[in-house]
Design a protein around this ligand. Structure first.
Ligand code: HEC
Length: 163
């Protein structure tokens, strides 16, 4: 009895020590986040939903964003565990997800990106304050998708024929 308790304690301790092999590094996370930034802005909807406050936010809770059914059905809030699982291999973790991102297989990389989300995309961070994430000037090709599926920057201004 006693022996097995000790063994499992040692096992749990080893797991605990094994996780943060190095302290999460949000500066490295910012570099890695470039892979996400094509689809995720702080406050604006691009291909993906805005990321301000995403850690701790209920999955699929940005109003007006056309989430997949699988994300809508998730029912959890994004904590480190769920972020690790999803980001490792999105389409395996959430079959049917619309997130077209292959995955981030390195655990330290994921730790760093999550550290970036927790700091630089916290609701209280500078990027998440009113006016801090303005839409780029018209004509800039951001890859943003308009309501009809056409890139937003290629839509004619309302009432004006395309030139
Ligand atoms: C090709 C575009 C694309 C890339 C690249 C991408 N995402 Fe996404 N992401 C999406 C889309 C689209 C969704 C919505 C998924 C759905 O509805 O199934 C999403 C959803 C998410 C969500 C859930 C948000 C919510 O409101 O529930 C998180 C968290 C997330 N992405 C993190 C990341 C991170 C971190 C990266 C970079 C490592 C990344 N994404 C890269 C398009 C992308």
């Amino acid at each position: 009895m006693r022996k097995s308790t000790t063994a499992s304690l040692v096992f749990v301790a080893a797991l605990g020590l094994g996780l943060p092999a190095s302290a999460a590094d949000s500066t490295h996370g910012a570099v890695l986040y470039k892979e996400c930034a094509g689809c995720h802005a702080p406050q604006r909807t691009l291909m993906g939903p805005p990321h301000c406050g995403v850690v701790g936010r209920k999955a699929a809770s940005v109003e007006g964003f056309a989430y997949s059914d699988t994300l809508r059905a998730a029912g959890f809030a994004w904590d480190e565990k769920h972020l690790h699982e999803f980001l490792t291999f999105p389409i395996m973790n959430m079959p049917g997800t619309k997130m077209g991102f292959a995955g981030m297989f390195d655990e330290n990389d994921r730790n760093d990106v999550i550290a970036f989300l927790k700091s630089e995309r916290a609701a209280t961070s500078p990027a998440c304050q009113p006016g801090a994430d303005p839409a780029p000037p018209p004509g800039t090709n951001t890859g943003e998708i308009g309501a009809d599926g056409a890139p937003a920057s290629h839509q004619p201004a309302p009432g004006k024929p395309p030139q």
